[in-house]
Design a protein around this ligand. Structure first.
Ligand code: 5GP
Ligand code: ZN
Length: 175
């Protein structure tokens, strides 16, 4: 199968490590399946080593590096190696590896940055602030009184208002 002059190959990370895959199948291939990456995606390029980064951690499924525009120094990103746009097309079978990496890198970010707190933030869609459309999790080290990420809660007009919205959400759980 071919697309835009590139060969298309179905690959599974169950069988081969992604780094090996990209040695075997260089840039003129588009891979899909378990190890799918996108040739024009910024974070896929960082994962493949085509764009430099301050790398922190890598395993079979996950890659982590410092954010180039940190909200606090030590602000890190954790991304799955598989290309997905956001939380909703992320293959859940990679969730355990992702959470383990968030714990491991999160602890190290806190220690390394001398932080006493950590925010884990994940933006979905442009209206929520997502600017890179390869799912990524922000690990933001925090210090007392640093004023980063202010939190400004709203109030529901009434209990009925709140219950009505809860019901509308529940009705959508099966979709
Ligand atoms: P988003 O706004 O999509 O949740 O987060 C994207 C993040 O990626 C931003 O915080 C931005 O600073 C970071 N970023 C964008 N381009 C690059 C890059 O080329 N290298 C690194 N290390 N981070 C980047
Ligand atoms: Zn990608």
């Amino acid at each position: 199968m071919r697309k835009e002059g590139k060969k298309i190959v179905n690959i599974s990370t169950q069988a081969v490590l992604p780094r090996l895959i990209f040695k075997v199948y260089p840039k003129n291939y588009i891979l899909y399946g378990d190890a799918m990456q996108k040739s024009d995606c910024l974070f896929c390029k960082i994962v493949r080593g085509e764009i430099p980064c301050a790398k922190l951690y890598e395993d079979e499924h996950v890659f982590s590096f410092l954010d180039i525009g940190p909200l606090n120094f030590g602000h890190a990103l954790v991304v799955p190696k598989v290309h997905c746009k956001n939380l909703f097309d992320f293959p859940p079978e990679h969730a355990q590896a992702l959470i383990m990496a968030l714990q491991k890198v999160g602890r190290a970010v806190m220690q390394g940055a001398g932080a006493t707190g950590l925010n884990v933030v994940q933006n979905n869609f442009a209206d929520a602030g997502q600017s890179v459309f390869h799912m990524h999790w922000h690990l933001i080290p925090r210090h007392a009184g640093d004023g980063v990420l202010p939190w400004s809660p709203k109030s529901y007009a009434s209990q009925e208002d709140m219950a009505g919205l809860a019901n509308r959400i529940i009705e959508n759980l099966s979709i």
